[in-house]
Design a protein around this ligand. Structure first.
Ligand SMILES: NC(=O)c1ccc[n+]([C@@H]2O[C@H](COP(=O)([O-])OP(=O)(O)OC[C@H]3O[C@@H](n4cnc5c(N)ncnc54)[C@H](OP(=O)(O)O)[C@@H]3O)[C@@H](O)[C@H]2O)c1
Length: 232
């Protein structure tokens, strides 16, 4: 049994991951912000945490943590001329600065594990350019830089990798998937002819947390239905 912390375990990918880690008999400490986690399992400890609030309160945690997954993120798409510097800073705080604070708070516990792994999320829109994605691409681009730099600093004790999904059917993406027509159009844009399912990203995350990926660190793994590389 390993000990995992899921920041943002109440929705989408984080909720899927929480359920899968519990099914594998792990102990999971999962945070929520606005939506309490409705999962009943003796190995699950839930706690409220707003990562934008400086006063972080964690539940009693074991001395050893084997993995952390940081799920909070945003998809705030708009034309470049309408991006406000304030929103850009807020996005950076949510995606990057708060991830840094969480990792810093857990580093001593992670170092006690024999197989510590951190998983972050980027987006397909960092390595490929998409209209209206300047704000999210900038924050998630920083996540990719952080992943590589921190992999250097934390090796060989702690591995850190990021997954770069394309559009995945979660509450975060609901505005982009609010009608059958929108879903069909987004399915069609992907070489694999469908948008992502939560399980697509959960499976990749489980692999990066497990010691099956023990020789992988500092990588950005695209899980995107072929979107980033397949043309035509
Ligand atoms: N879905 C996509 O199409 C897509 C594409 C590319 C990248 N990603 C990235 O994948 C990651 C997971 O996305 P998702 O689609 O699973 O998102 P989601 O369904 O919106 O879930 C996000 C989770 O983060 C929590 N959270 C949000 N703001 C928070 C805050 N201020 N403090 C603490 N927790 C907070 C939410 O908690 P509450 O619900 O309790 O408020 C929720 O548990 C994100 O980093 C996202 O940018 C997603």
């Amino acid at each position: 049994m390993n000990n995992y912390i899921i920041i943002g375990g109440s929705s989408g990918i984080g909720l899927g991951l929480t359920k899968s880690l519990l099914a594998q008999n792990n102990k999971v400490f999962a945070s929520y912000n606005q939506h309490p986690i409705e999962v009943d399992d003796a190995n699950l400890i839930t706690f409220k945490l707003d990562v934008l609030n400086d006063n972080y309160q964690f539940p009693d945690l074991p001395d050893t943590i084997d993995g952390i997954v940081y799920c909070p993120g945003s998809i705030d798409l708009k034309p470049f001329q309408r991006i406000s510097p304030l929103n850009m800073v807020k996005d950076y705080e949510l995606n990057v600065v708060s991830a840094v604070k969480i990792i810093q708070a857990m580093i001593t516990r992670l170092k006690k594990s024999k197989e510590a792994s951190i998983v972050l999320y980027s987006t397909v829109a960092v390595q490929s350019g998409f209209n209206f994605h300047s704000q999210v691409s900038a924050s998630k681009g920083a996540i990719e830089g952080l992943t590589r730099a921190l992999a250097a600093e934390l090796s060989p004790t702690i591995r850190i990798n990021a997954i770069a999904p394309s559009l995945t059917n979660t509450p975060l993406a609901s505005g982009l998937l609010s009608s059958e027509d929108k879903i069909k159009a987004n399915d069609a844009r992907h070489p694999m002819k469908r948008i992502g399912k939560i399980d697509d990203i959960v499976e990749a995350s489980l692999f990066l947390l497990s010691n099956k990926s023990s020789w992988i660190t500092g990588q950005i793994i695209p899980v995107d239905g072929g979107m980033s590389v397949v043309k035509g």
